[in-house]
Design a binder for this molecule. Structure first.
Ligand SMILES: C=C(OP(=O)(O)O)C(=O)O
Length: 581
């Protein structure tokens, strides 16, 4: 039995056979070969090397004849890589000593070479990285490796183990068979984590290197509550997890009974409890759990799940589906928040050194105004069908907000001129997710209809810590006192200026932290659909006086750890059944 610790990003437990994936592209399943067959496997690998070398020589000669010696040298560089003794020695070790299949060894080693070159920040070396991947492709072809995506042909439940999964890969997982996943890299606030929660898929990320140690089909437990992965569990461990699964199931059934009850505190304060979604089909899960509305519709997933840029009609259809299904409940549509870890359409930006500080989110929309106007048109048209609100992400200056609003007015004029059916009077709000927005919050309050605090990014930008990087995951804490002060300031100013304010970041889906948010004066939260029953349970179990006392104490504490320990303790007093055993 092997137990590894990572970062819990999507709650729940799943048990099943491992499907170990290569990190990218070819997705070569990790396959171990019997010791007796390693020599034959090594022979296959050498033969593939020989064939590729021959082909490279043919390419070099033909290219040199047609385009000159200089062009032919492209292939000489590849020939040199192929004859690198270090490369061959590493591959030999993997096949002979670790019993890896030739295809898997090639895929792992060459991907690592390419990745290392890609990180060196030089266009010349980036091209060399492409050359390495090209050699990999040719070798895999000669080895007859299966190059189709094993994820598209699943026919039995699996636990996915991968180096990394992108948000769109995660979104496209076959929920029928993929029961959970663990990855080597990834941080607590990354979008892969958010999508996993949306899919209700137990997940642990940022475990560190482990793929080489796990065989295909090994029994694996993903514990998304505690953030651990257990390989080849013993019977006692399996029994313990099965017992926990039963307790969890009973709790889920009890919490489901709250569905039609309001999210109201014991002393009668009504809290708006909405849901965050990425895709229209998630609306069912929101309604099943009694969401008051959609507090955050992340529309960028329209871009991430397709290779084509969505048309106005694509936007309109998606929004109309959500708005119609929500039957008059509010739907907050956030405009495009593409960037950094979410970037799907490379055509929209050039590679950047600091993508989280670069051309992302509202900045990208303001730079690509046709794209932005297309989206605004669809939002205003869909608003005819219900209570639609529009929200701009990552606003950091008043000028950005004003330009975005000006574009909305231009779109309104266009639609009016065309005689289209639309609404011009929808509430327009902004995300508060950079410290600059908090510092200027009183001025922003004069120009928006509502605020929504995005704690995921607020934590990242306040603490200067990449939300998707496992190496700094310990610093990524929404309970950090600096973050709490920014939330407090935003809520205080909003309440004083009568500007509705809510929280749509992941912080509000944590039952213990909700105690604090209520105490700070928050009366509207938006959480992944899965979290609704628990958060409602918290709200219905406490008084605002309890929460204010908690907030008072918390605001005197000096570290995220102290805050979280104290909040967990208070959750144990007030809502003991929600404390994970
Ligand atoms: C909700 C947020 O936005 P994102 O989609 O970037 O997580 C946030 O930053 O808290």
């Amino acid at each position: 039995m092997l137990e590894l610790q990572g970062i819990p990003v999507s709650p729940g437990v799943a048990i099943g056979p491992a499907l170990v994936l290569d990190d990218e592209g070819y997705r070569i399943p990790r396959c171990l070969i019997p010791a007796a067959d390693t020599s034959a496997e090594w022979g296959r690998l050498l033969s593939a090397f020989g064939k590729v070398a021959k082909q490279l020589e043919v390419n070099r000669k033909q290219t040199a004849e047609r385009l000159g010696e200089e062009a032919g040298r492209i292939f000489s560089a590849q020939q040199q890589m192929l004859s690198d003794p270090g490369l061959l020695a590493e591959l030999e070790g993997r096949v002979h000593e670790q019993h890896q299949s030739a295809a898997y060894a090639v895929s792992r080693v060459l991907h690592r070479y390419a990745e290392a070159l890609g990180k060196l920040n030089s266009p010349f070396l980036a091209e060399r990285a492409e050359d390495v991947l090209d050699i990999e492709k040719q070798l895999l072809h000669r080895l007859g490796a299966v190059t189709s995506d094993p994820l598209s042909n699943l026919d039995e439940p699996v636990i996915l183990l991968a180096r990394n999964l992108t948000p769109s890969e995660t979104a496209n997982l076959d929920r029928q068979f993929v029961r959970g996943f663990c990855t080597e890299i990834g941080g607590p606030g990354g979008h892969t984590a958010i999508v996993a929660k949306g899919l209700e898929l137990p997940a642990v990320v940022g475990i560190g290197q482990f793929l080489d140690r796990i065989g295909q089909g090994s029994q694996v437990i993903v514990d998304g509550d505690r953030g651990c992965m257990i390989v080849d569990p013993d019977q006692a461990t399996i029994d313990r997890y099965e017992e926990r699964a039963q307790i969890r199931q009973k709790l889920t059934l009890r919490l489901a009974e709250l569905r039609d009850l309001p999210a109201e505190t014991v002393d009668g304060h009504r809290v708006t409890l909405s849901a965050n979604i990425e895709f229209p089909h998630e609306v069912d899960a929101c309604l099943q759990r009694g969401a008051d509305g959609i507090g955050l519709y992340r529309t960028e997933f329209l871009y991430l799940s397709s290779d084509e840029e969505p048309s106005e009609e694509d936007h309109y259809q998606a929004y109309t589906e959500v708005v119609g299904a929500m039957q008059g409940r509010p739907v907050v549509i956030r405009t495009l928040d593409l960037g950094a870890d979410k970037m799907g359409h490379t055509s929209l930006t050039e590679p950047e050194n600091n993508p989280f500080l670069g051309l992302r989110s509202i900045r990208l929309s303001l730079k690509n105004q046709d794209l932005f106007r297309t989206q605004i048109r669809a939002v205003l048209r869909a608003a005819v069908h219900g209570d639609v609100r529009m929200m701009f992400p990552l606003i950091s200056t008043l000028q950005e907000l004003r330009t975005a609003r000006m574009l909305v007015n231009i779109v309104i004029d266009d639609l009016r001129e065309e005689g289209a059916e639309f609404r011009s009077d929808i509430p327009i709000g902004m995300m508060v997710e950079v410290p600059a927005a908090v510092i200027m919050i009183d001025r922003f309050a004069e120009e928006v209809d509502f605020f929504s605090i995005g704690t995921n990014d607020l934590v990242q930008y306040t603490l200067a810590v990449d939300r998707s990087n496992e190496s700094v995951a310990e610093l990524y804490q929404s309970s950090d006192p600096a973050v709490l002060r920014l939330i407090q300031q935003t809520v205080d100013v909003s309440n004083k200026t009568n500007t509705p304010v809510g929280i749509c970041g992941e912080m509000s889906s944590n039952p213990a932290r909700v105690l604090l948010l209520l105490g700070l004066g928050v009366r509207s939260v938006s959480v992944p659909p899965l979290a609704i029953p628990r958060i409602k349970k918290v709200i219905r179990s406490v008084t605002i006086a309890d929460c204010e006392e908690i907030a008072c104490r918390v605001m005197q504490l000096e570290s995220a750890r102290e805050v979280d320990l104290y909040l967990l303790d208070r959750l144990g007093d007030l809502v003991p059944e929600l404390v994970v055993q």
